[in-house]
Design a protein. Structure first.
Length: 73
């Protein structure tokens, strides 16, 4: 066999291989993202971070309401 015959693949085979590769890659990204987001949500649900964020937002709202010159209306 010549070198050209060993390297040659039909355009149909190349497109099919790339299509399957894209499907597998996107499925892997979807599964990986789902696992990472799921684990993150689970870990954040175990940490009591909401009161900290709530206090921070309350402090900001008190500051904004106290300084009424900030609002033009």
């Amino acid at each position: 066999m010549e070198k050209n015959e060993l390297v040659y693949r039909s355009r149909k085979k190349i497109l099919f291989d790339n299509f399957l590769g894209g499907l597998v890659w996107s499925l892997g990204m979807w599964l990986g993202t789902t696992v990472i987001v799921g684990v993150s949500i689970y870990l954040f649900s175990k940490i009591d971070i909401v009161p900290i964020i709530g206090d921070f937002v309350a402090d900001i709202s008190k500051y904004v309401v106290k300084d009424r010159s900030f609002f033009p209306f």
